[in-house]
Design a protein around this ligand. Sequence first.
Ligand code: HEM
Ligand SMILES: N[C@@H](CC(=O)c1ccccc1NC=O)C(=O)O
Length: 277
Amino acid sequence: MTDPYDPAREGAQMSFDGRMSYGDYLRLPTLLDAQHPLSDAHDELLFIIQHQTSELWMRLALHELMAARAALQGARPRPAFKMLARVARIFEQLNSAWDVLRTMTPSDYTTFREALGQSSGFQSHQYRQIEFLLGNRNPAMLRPHEHRPDILALLTAELEQPSLYDVALRVLDVSVPLPKEVLNRDVRQPYAAQESVIAAWTEVYRAPETHWELYELAEKLVDLEDYFRRWRFNHVTTVERVIGFKRGTGGTGGVSYLKRMLEVELFPELWHLRTDL
Ligand code: HEM
Ligand SMILES: N[C@@H](CC(=O)c1ccccc1NC=O)C(=O)O
């Protein structure tokens, strides 16, 4: 009879006394001690893990987006393209995650919804920072964070900086000059589409071979927004499936609020230019 396989014979490390192990490096004790359901409902753990994993992916998305913006500001477009492509994939990951959550029926959710009180994804500061960074800016969204000066400071600092799209427009301006009002706008305020910007991006799309990097930048942004729109759509559809037209725990109209958010255009001119190309 042969001995059972022992990975130690081929060198697998088996002793972690005084050595950093997998769990040490990944801080698993902290990570796996952060799930505290407030009810006895079976599905509450799914709900918690779904949100915690989403927040982890959002953390990575922010890391990539901030680096991509810095790379564009530093005239390093190629590393920025790589990071933007990764962010689109992160959103794809978040999109697939809805398939797991959708296994929770309205009957399952009502067993613990009351335990959530007035908490809601509406108060996700990382989500709000992603929106602000991409260019969907509304200072009113700072208010739910007023009780947390540290988070408020992060979000306010984000509003003070040009958004990813503001930076993309400055890159565009180097080859296709834009009006001063576009470049010197108050970056804290919501962005409104401009005819002059449509005209500038149209030049890029009419001659991709002349403006190859701008063309690539534009398509990376469109790709990212495409995935982001799918996330919003998956969210609102799941919400309607699970709570119908009830008001949200965060106090908004629920589905009506989320449907309104479907109309947001992050990089409006990149979509508008296509009609007359
Ligand atoms: C059964 C599952 C879910 C339900 C019923 C639900 C419901 C809602 C509702 C009704 C709102 C509107 C705000 C309010 O009044 O509460 C909202 C906002 C939000 N939810 Fe969810 N949600 C679910 C899952 C998720 C998941 C998995 C995430 C991932 C992080 C998420 C993130 C958000 C975010 C970021 C907002 C703010 C959106 C914005 O302001 O544009 N939600 N959700
Ligand atoms: N707004 C949801 C509650 C909810 O989904 C939620 C609650 C706490 C933490 C995250 C949540 N997810 C997204 O909004 C509701 O109205 O049922």
